[in-house]
Design a protein around this ligand. Structure first.
Ligand SMILES: NC(=O)c1ccc[n+]([C@@H]2O[C@H](COP(=O)([O-])OP(=O)(O)OC[C@H]3O[C@@H](n4cnc5c(N)ncnc54)[C@H](OP(=O)(O)O)[C@@H]3O)[C@@H](O)[C@H]2O)c1
Length: 236
């Protein structure tokens, strides 16, 4: 005799998209969502990283977020997809100068292109690829360093400016998608990755477990919020 299935067991697996999943926080998002049985699509820049993702049962797609042609290819590859959660995680930290020491033009262009232009290109591509009904989550991994209200010093000001700018961008996206999706900016905590360094507070596993719980608990009223990894509100 067949055992009747509980509602939980017949629920379809969550569908997750992670942009920038080769290492650090993106790789940990993939690992944890896969461990939970989610269907995951993820992007990376290198063939080696794409191969590792495929080995984890992930549909892996090549993407450099700074490249409009690559973003157009991604849009074509995602035709007909519907994600419960799409996470724009890719980001760079270059040039650690403090105000008022000017960044190099090269660093400025690279940081702004990856951290701001990338998400600006992706928002319009990903918005129609979220589940219908306004329950889909479109998250950008920003940083508390982008907070102006919570700022106490002017270190690493190029990166700070890029994360303040992407917060502005995601707020605008939240207005555009009100009722259609839940758009949030997330601070992952200070995390031990290539970017965060060995002295950081949290392991990637801790940060991602907390962010996943935060993402899972979001509702329409959370659209347009800037949240810490534990779900608490951060000042813009
Ligand atoms: N770690 C922290 O303490 C911390 C704190 C606050 C916010 N954040 C934010 O969290 C996110 C992830 O950071 P992380 O700590 O995991 O950094 P990470 O270890 O340096 O990893 C950065 C990721 O972004 C990808 N990436 C960079 N530029 C890209 C581009 N142009 N196109 C596509 N992918 C690109 C990298 O891919 P490649 O391997 O190809 O370079 C890599 O997967 C970033 O947005 C970062 O600003 C981190």
């Amino acid at each position: 005799m067949n055992t009747p299935q509980t509602p939980e067991l017949v629920q379809s697996a969550q569908r997750i998209l992670v942009i920038g999943a080769s290492r650090g926080l993106g790789a940990e998002f993939v690992r944890q969502y896969r461990a939970d049985g989610a269907e995951v699509v993820a992007t990376a820049r290198s063939d080696a990283a794409l191969a590792v993702l495929r080995g984890q049962g992930v549909r892996a797609l090549a993407l450099d977020v700074t490249d409009p042609e690559a973003v157009a290819n991604l849009a074509r590859s995602l035709e007909g997809e519907a994600f419960d959660v799409a996470i724009v995680n890719a980001g760079v930290l270059l040039g650690r100068a403090s105000a008022p020491e000017a960044p190099t033009p090269t660093d400025f262009d690279a940081v702004m292109r990856a951290n701001v232009f990338g998400p600006m290109q992706l928002a319009g591509v990903l918005a129609p690829r979220l589940v219908p009904g306004g329950r889909g989550v479109l998250a950008v991994v920003s940083s508390r360093m982008g907070s102006i209200g919570g700022r106490t010093n002017g270190s690493t000001w190029l990166y700070r400016a890029s994360k303040a700018a992407v917060n502005s961008v995601w707020k605008d996206v939240s207005f555009a998608l009100a009722g259609q999706a839940i758009c949030v900016s997330l601070h992952p905590g200070w995390v031990k990755t290539d970017m965060g360094g060995a002295d950081a507070d949290l392991s990637p596993a801790e940060s991602i477990a907390a962010m996943r719980a935060t993402l899972a608990g979001l509702g329409p009223a959370d659209n347009g919020r800037f949240l810490n990894y534990d779900g608490s509100e951060l000042p813009w």
